[in-house]
Every structure is written in structure tokens, then in C-alpha cells.
Design a protein. Sequence first.
Length: 228
Amino acid sequence: MSYFEDFQLWKEQIENLTPHEVKPPNQPVDEFVSSTEALAIEANKDRDVLTTAGMDPSLIDNLVTLSGALRYCEAQWKSEYLNRIEAQQEWQEKSPMAYEFKKDLLHHFSFAYRKDANIQKKVMRIREGTSHADMVQDLIELAVLGEKYPEPLTAINFDLDQLQAARRLSHAMSELLAAANGSLDESNGTKQLRDKAFSLLYKTDSAVREYGRYVFWKDEDKRKRYYR
């Protein structure tokens, strides 16, 4: 089975895990899954002895599919996390240019519309915004304003193609800002799903290890394989 198929097998149980049952990973997930997969191999060799002690043999099989489900969830979370980080880095690289473009537009608009009090008020209002979201919105508003009153801009030889450039830049920066601002905290749905998958596997892993330590309590070599 693929990791996605493993996830589909456990999807409902993972999603239905309640908040008080969730145990956030206390170690790198890849390392934990590797140790669990190794446990599954050892426990399968000892299947008869473990089941004789009362352990449900399906726990061993569940270790394998749950490990796959967790690997799938971890991959989804890592992909989303890295996308957010990359978007934040790209924003840092590109936003200074966007702010400078807005500054240039405001300079030209303020001069072009200096004799029209009503339009000048609109330019001044656009100038007030200072946040990233304001900058994105200001670019589109400047484009709309310039397209509505092009004559004063033409009179100062302003390149009207810059209005379309402002529209495109606003759209691009809007998408980038949304990606950069995506939640990376505990409220993130992909992270919550990963944590739930970890919790379910951790519980199963702990149960198998507990039986192993009980059964092989006089065989230290065997018993240590069931330590975490």
C-alpha cells in the first residue's frame, strides 16, 4: 500500500481523535516512524508469544499502516510549512520593489492631480495606508484612479502602461502575502492532522512495547528491543 492509501485507511479515526487525546510530537517524526517500523518487524517475529500474553495481534499490523499514514501527514505538513517559509522569503525579496513602485505612483499622482482638490483627497487617503495589506490594496486603487482620470497623467508624460503594471503587481503581491501569512501555529489544520496521526501511532507503539517488556522481562537482549 502507498502512504496515501494507509492514510485513507486511518483517516476517519485520525480525524475523530479528540483534543485531549492528541500528543504533539516530542521528537523528529521521521525518526519516530523509523523506530516504529523497526518495532513492527521485531514484534512480528514475536507475534505468537505476544498474543499468548493477551495482546491483540492486529496491533502489530496497525503499526505498519499507521506508520504510513503518519508519513503521509508529515509530508503534507512539511510541504505546507516549506511553502509558507518560501513565500515569506519571497515577500521579503519582492515587497521593497512593490513599496517603491507605490511611492513612485504617489509622487506622480500628487503632482498630476495637484489642481483637483477632490482627486487629491483620494490620493492623500491612499497615501495613509502603511501595512502590507494596505500596499497591495493601494496599488489597485491607484491603477483604478489613474484609469478614471488619465488626462492629468498624460499631461505630465506619465506612462499609462504603469497602471496595468500596478494592477498586475497588486494581484501578484496579494497572492504572495496570503501564502506568507498562512497559519503555521497550532490552529493549522494540516499540522493538527499530523499531530493526531502521531498520537494514534504513539499509542499503538506504546501498547506493543509494553507487552514486549512484560513478556521478555527475563531476556534483557529481547526486552531492550521494546524500549523506546
